[in-house]
Design a protein around this ligand. Structure first.
Ligand code: TTP
Ligand code: MN
Ligand code: MN
Ligand code: MN
Length: 364
């Protein structure tokens, strides 16, 4: 018998050093691990959640289907617990631990609640503690909801129906046409999962900029009021730009504050394109609008293309391996004490000494 080289032999330690395609051969394994990552997140165990996410991400980058644990070799980034789960799924087709999680009342309730737009782990957890279990419970017990959560609940079914690529492109065109009324020459770029090649997603992420610096100022509020006046907006809350380069970059520890662009979290009323919303004539779709000045655009594009794990790994690589701070606005070299400008995503990878990873390979 020829000894096969371990599948994971050449695996680089950071996800941003690897190519991770959208489709891979180890779906049952990554699903199991991601369920445990999610469950750990629901319990506030961020470290444990990250460990499972990392393990799943490594499997997504394997060149083929794993059929035995030994094929992994001494891979970095897959801990003992994850190995046990992988082994169970390989041997039995399922992991008893994962199946137990999926059936547990807490996991199911947390999932139900966190799928409400505007409800995070904290809120869902509190409601669970208070004995709430269903969406009806929220209404019947007059649970205090923010305006965002009310909108989330009102459009719960639509917002938990995947957005198809065609729908995302349609939203993009609508925004593009509206933007041209106020700022000719401005561009609208579809980012997020769709830019990574996903056929469907949970929302539409649109990045706006203008080739002349400063012209983008004030665009968002005019755009949103106009869309609103056309009856295209079911909900929105906007946030002003709170980023000033003179403040310096974010310290690496505070990377949860993802960015400070002028932005709008919204729900669009999209005319039905067929599918579930067709009978009613429209469908509610989550849309994130973000405005970046042109000098920051490549950083914003890189930051808003994801995946979340790919972004986290890029930032970790920058800080641990390069002593640089990367966020969606800039790249800062802490040794040379200066910002490293970039005109494209490629240049950012160059500054970091990383091989360029195209969007379709960032599905870590
Ligand atoms: P998401 O829209 O949450 O995720 P996604 O597009 O990868 O997947 P889905 O199909 O489920 O929508 O986020 C997209 C990227 O935007 C993600 O890499 C992180 C980034 N992002 C920010 O930079 N700041 C933010 O405040 C948010 C919410 C996201
Ligand atoms: Mn463990
Ligand atoms: Mn998205
Ligand atoms: Mn988004």
């Amino acid at each position: 018998v020829t000894a096969l080289a371990p599948l994971g032999q050449q695996m680089a330690p950071y996800a941003c050093q690897r190519r991770t395609p959208l489709l891979h051969s180890n779906q049952p394994l990554t699903e199991a691990l991601e369920t445990l990552a999610e469950e750990a997140g629901f319990s506030g165990s961020e470290g444990r959640s990250l460990a499972f996410t990392r393990a799943a991400s490594v499997l997504k980058a394997l060149p083929g289907r794993l059929s035995a644990l030994e094929e992994l070799g001494p891979l970095p980034g897959i801990g003992e617990h994850s190995r046990r789960v992988i082994q169970d799924v390989l041997e039995d087709g399922v992991s008893v631990e994962v199946e137990r999680v999926k059936l547990s009342e807490r996991y199911r309730t947390m999932k139900l609640f966190t799928k409400i737009f505007g409800v995070g782990v904290r809120t869902a957890s509190r409601w669970y503690q208070e004995g709430l279990r269903t969406l009806l419970d929220l209404q019947e017990r007059n649970t205090k909801l923010t305006r965002q959560q009310q909108a989330g609940l009102r459009h719960y079914d639509d917002l938990n129906t995947p957005v198809e690529r065609g729908e995302a492109e349609s939203v993009g065109r609508t925004v593009q046409e509206a933007v041209q009324r106020f700022l000719p020459g401005a561009s609208v770029t579809l980012a997020g999962g769709f830019r990574r090649g996903k056929p469907r997603g949970h929302d539409v992420d649109l990045l706006l900029t203008h080739p002349e610096a400063g012209r983008e100022a004030g665009l968002l509020s005019r755009l949103v009021s106009w869309l609103d006046s056309q009856g295209l907006i079911l909900y929105q809350h906007s946030q002003e730009n709170s980023f000033a380069l003179c403040e310096g970059p974010e310290p690496p520890g505070s990377r949860d504050v993802l960015d400070r662009f002028e932005r709008c979290f919204s729900i669009f009323r999209l005319e039905a394109q067929g599918g579930p919303g067709a009978a009613r004539g429209w469908k509610a779709v989550r849309v994130d609008l973000v405005v970046a000045p042109v000098s920051q655009f490549p950083f914003a594009l890189l930051g808003w293309t994801g995946s979340r794990h790919f972004e986290r790994e890029l930032r970790r690589f920058a800080s641990h391996e390069r002593k640089m701070v990367l966020n969606s606005h800039a790249l800062y070299d802490t040794m040379r004490k200066r910002f490293l400008p970039a005109a494209s995503e490629e240049e950012i990878f160059q500054h970091l000494g990383l091989e360029y990873v195209p969007p379709g390979q960032r599905n870590a």
